[in-house]
Design a protein around this ligand. Structure first.
Ligand code: FAD
Length: 458
C-alpha cells in the first residue's frame, strides 16, 4: 500500500484503474492531458439536444459496471435501453430489413436468400481451420457461415462495433469468444449452447444478452463522477512527455499549465491510446514503441442530427441500422439516439447519430468534409424517408477513433507482455488491450488492478 502509483490518462480505463486502486488504499495520481474526464466519452448539450460524441451506450457485461455506478451515487442516473432498441436493421437493396433474432424470424427474413439460410444450417458440420491465430474475421465467418452471412450480417456488425473491416480484423484478437467457440467446442452453434453455463458461473453476460445502459445526462457523467470522487488525485491539463527509468522506480515528466514538472513513482500504468504510449516508451524500448505505433486507428466522422419528428416518414422502432459495404453508401450506419434513451431531444423532435469512414473508408481524412456530409445527408434522407432539413446539425472528426485488432495483433500482445517483464512496474493498459467496448475496458482494468495487488502481496 505504500507504493506510489501514477496512472496516465483519464479515459474510462485510467479512471477505473485509479478508482479500484484507490479503493484498495493505494496512493494514486492520475495525469490527464485534457481539462476534462472521459477521453473518448464526451457528452454535449445544445439547443435542447443531448448527444454523445463517442460511445452512446455500453453493455452491462460485467457486474462491476453497476456496482461502480451505485457506489458513485449514479443509481438514479443510470438508464437502460427500452425493448424497441433490441430491433436492429440492415440495409439491403435500399430497404431496411430487421436483423433476425430467433430461428423463426431467420426463416422468414428477406435479408438472406434461401441458399444462405441453408448454408447456415451446415455450420455444425464445418471442421476447424488450420490457419490458427492468423485468420481474419472474414475468412472465419465465410468458412463457418457462408459468404452471404459475412456480407449482410458480419460486415455491417463489424462496422458498427469497430468501424472495422472484417478482412483485416483478426478473429482471435478482435472476437476472442467467437474464436474460442470453435477452438473449444468445435463449432459456433454447439459452443454457444455449451458456454452459457460457464459464463453464468463467472457472473458475466454475453454481449447478446447484456443490458444496454447509458445515463440520463449522457455517458460522460460516469467518468466525470469517478474523477470527482478521486478529487485532487486527478491532475487535468497535465500532458505526460516522458517516462524515465530511475531503478527501482520511474520518473514521469509532464507539462502542467505550461510548467515542466515531474513525479517519482514505483508503478506507472499507461492508459493512453497506443500511439500516445509509443511516444513515452520509445526511449525505454524502441521495439515496443513500434508495436504500439503499428496498431491502426482509422478515422471516423460522426454526424449528430436533429429533425422534426413529423418530417421522418418511416417508423422509429429500433436501435438504428447498419450498412453492408456491398451497398456502397457514404456512411456506415445510424443510431436512432432519441428512441433508445430518454431526454435526448425535445418531444416533437428526433435525434440521430451517423458514422462515416472507419477502416472501410480511411480516405475520409483527405476528402472534402462538406461534400461527404452532404452525400450522407442525402442518402440518409432517402433511407429514412425524411421530408425536410435537419433542425440541428453538428459533427466531430475523430482522426484516430478505435484501435483495430487486425491480423498480426498477437505479435503486438506478445511484445507488450515482454516489455512489462523487462520493465517491472510499468503496465500498458487501455482499449488496445483486452477489447474496445466500455464493458471490456472496465473488466480489463479490474483484472489489471487484481494482478498488481497480487504481485505486490507476493
Ligand atoms: C466515435 C466512437 C464511438 C464509440 N462507441 C462506443 C459504444 O457505443 N459503446 C462502447 O462500448 N464503446 C464505444 N467506443 C469505444 C470506447 O469509447 C473506447 O474504447 C473507450 O472509451 C476507450 O477508453 P480508454 O480509457 O481506454 O481510452 P481513451 O478514452 O482514449 O482515454 C485515453 C486518455 O489519455 C489521454 N492522453 C493522451 N495522451 C496523453 C498524454 N501524453 N498525457 C496525458 N494524457 C494523455 C487522452 O486525453 C484521454 O483522456 C466508441 C469510441 C469512439 C471513438
Amino acid at each position: 500500500m505504500d507504493k506510489k502509483i501514477v496512472v496516465l490518462g483519464a479515459g474510462i480505463s485510467g479512471l477505473t484503474i485509479s478508482y479500484l486502486l484507490s479503493k484498495k488504499g493505494f496512493d494514486v495520481t492520475v495525469l490527464e492531458k485534457k481539462d476534462d474526464a472521459g477521453g473518448s466519452i464526451e457528452t454535449f448539450f445544445e439547443d435542447g439536444f443531448l448527444f454523445d460524441r463517442g460511445p452512446n451506450s455500453g453493455l452491462e457485461t460485467h457486474p462491476l459496471i453497476k456496482q461502480m455506478a451505485d457506489e458513485l451515487g449514479l443509481t438514479d442516473e443510470m438508464v437502460y435501453a427500452g425493448r424497441e432498441a433490441v430491433k436492429r436493421y440492415i440495409l439491403r437493396d435500399n430497404k431496411l430489413h430487421p436483423l433476425p433474432m430467433n430461428p423463426f424470424s431467420l426463416y422468414k427474413t428477406k435479408l438472406f436468400s434461401s441458399k444462405a439460410k441453408l448454408r447456415l444450417l451446415c455450420e455444425p458440420l464445418i471442421g476447424k481451420s488450420q490457419e490458427g491465430y492468423y485468420q481474419s474475421v472474414g475468412q472465419f465467418v465465410q468458412r463457418r457461415l457462408g459468404k452471404e452471412f459475412l456480407d449482410y450480417a458480419i460486415d455491417p456488425f463489424v462496422a458498427g462495433v469497430y468501424a472495422g473491416n472484417p478482412e483485416e480484423l483478426s478473429v482471435k484478437s478482435a472476437f476472442p469468444k467467437l474464436y474460442e467457440l470453435e477452438e473449444k467446442y468445435g463449432g459456433l452453434i454447439i459452443g454457444t449452447i455449451k458456454s452459457i453455463k460457464e459464463r453464468k458461473n463467472r457472473a458475466e453476460k454475453s454481449k447478446q444478452s447484456a443490458r444496454m445502459f447509458s445515463f440520463k445526462s449522457g455517458m460522460q457523467i460516469f467518468p466525470k463522477t469517478i474523477a470527482a470522487h478521486l478529487g485532487e488525485k486527478v491532475l487535468f491539463a497535465a500532458e505526460v512527455t516522458s517516462i524515465e527509468n530511475t531503478e527501482p522506480g520511474y520518473r514521469i515528466k509532464y507539462i502542467h499549465n505550461n510548467d515542466r514538472n515531474s513525479i517519482d513513482c514505483d508503478i506507472v500504468i499507461s492508459a493512453l491510446p497506443a500511439y500516445a504510449a509509443a511516444d513515452l516508451v520509445k526511449d525505454l524500448d524502441i521495439k515496443t514503441a513500434e508495436h504500439l505505433l503499428n496498431i491502426f486507428y482509422p478515422p471516423v466522422l460522426v454526424l449528430y442530427l436533429g429533425y422534426e419528428k413529423s418530417a421522418v416518414g418511416r417508423a422509429l422502432d429500433g436501435f438504428g441500422f447498419l450498412i453492408p459495404s456491398k451497398e456502397k453508401k457514404s456512411f456506415l450506419g445510424a443510431i436512432w439516439s432519441s428512441v433508445i434513451f430518454p431526454n435526448r431531444c425535445p418531444d416533437d423532435k428526433t435525434a440521430f447519430t451517423l458514422f462515416i469512414g472507419g477502416s472501410r473508408n480511411p480516405a475520409i481524412s483527405a476528402s472534402d468534409r462538406n461534400d461527404t456530409i452532404n452525400k450522407t445527408l442525402k442518402e440518409f434522407g432517402e433511407i429514412m424517408k425524411i421530408n425536410g432539413e435537419p433542425v440541428f446539425q453538428s459533427s466531430k472528426f475523430w482522426s484516430k477513433a478505435i484501435p483495430q485488432y487486425n491480423i498480426g495483433y498477437i505479435e503486438h500482445e506478445k511484445a507488450f507482455e515482454e516489455f512489462e517483464k523487462n520493465f517491472p512496474g510499468i503496465f500498458l493498459a487501455g482499449n488496445y488491450r483486452g477489447g474496445i467496448s466500455l464493458g471490456d475496458c472496465i473488466k480489463t482494468s479490474n483484472d489489471l488492478v487484481n494482478k498488481i495487488s497480487e504481485q505486490l502481496k507476493s
